[in-house]
Design a protein around this ligand. Structure first.
Ligand code: TYD
Length: 199
């Protein structure tokens, strides 16, 4: 059976959640089996992480280790099984979020260390980066209770690193500045091509 592990990643407010949902609907309309998931996951570790996202006093290393533990559980107990059952899995955020956010969060955290603590999980077949200017992203959020990474300075660094990583790793990058339909169409085109090369 033909499975595919897709990740949509990018800075806060780039629309990974909206586009993951739309992509699921699109692929299902083509008769494909799709499993949509996200990180932080729904596990107890994921719930704890969401609580910690509101707390500035949590050490960045603790965050990094928790995200890695959440991913380990998420991949091994959920994603892997779905892929084996022939589903197309779409994850709204995955390893690239940890590489970017955790290394930006502290000078002591290197990309190599983040990769090391995440080295036992399976890698996506394709990661698509959605790119957005932090000012626009934060304006979209409005006045809601912001999480610790939802800060213009942090998000500018996050954006730069996503773009650099995309260049280095060859991840397709799409500007999320356009209207949703147009951005989604670009994502769908990339996935259709990817599915063709796998069949
Ligand atoms: P987000 O997708 O913004 O969740 P929601 O839309 O439900 O608030 O993710 C929460 C935050 O967690 C976001 O700022 C990115 C951060 N994050 C990391 O720092 N490392 C990670 O590994 C992941 C998955 C997310």
């Amino acid at each position: 059976m033909k499975s595919l592990f897709i990740v949509l990643d990018g800075g806060d407010g780039a629309g990974t959640t909206t586009h993951s949902r739309l992509l699921k609907g699109f692929l299902e309309s083509k008769g494909l089996k799709v499993y949509l998931t996200q990180e932080p996951s729904q596990s107890k570790i994921g719930i704890l992480i969401r609580e910690f996202l509101k707390k500035k006093e949590i050490p960045p290393t603790t965050d990094a280790l928790l995200f890695a533990a959440d991913r380990d559980l998420h991949y091994k107990n959920e994603i892997k099984n779905k892929l084996e059952d022939g589903y197309i899995v779409i994850s709204d955020r995955y390893l690239e979020s940890s590489i970017v956010y955790q290394s930006v969060h502290s000078d002591k955290i290197t990309i190599d260390w983040v990769k090391e603590i995440n080295k036992f999980v399976g890698l996506p077949d394709i990661t698509i980066i959605l790119d957005i200017e932090p000012e626009i992203a934060l304006a979209r959020k409005g006045d809601e209770d912001l999480e610790k990474f939802e800060d213009p300075q942090i998000l500018n660094k996050v954006r730069k690193l996503y773009l650099l990583r995309a260049k280095q790793e060859g991840y397709p990058t799409i500007s999320s500045d356009d209207i949703i339909e147009l951005v989604q169409e670009k994502i769908q085109k990339i996935i259709i091509e990817k599915l063709k090369t796998r069949s």
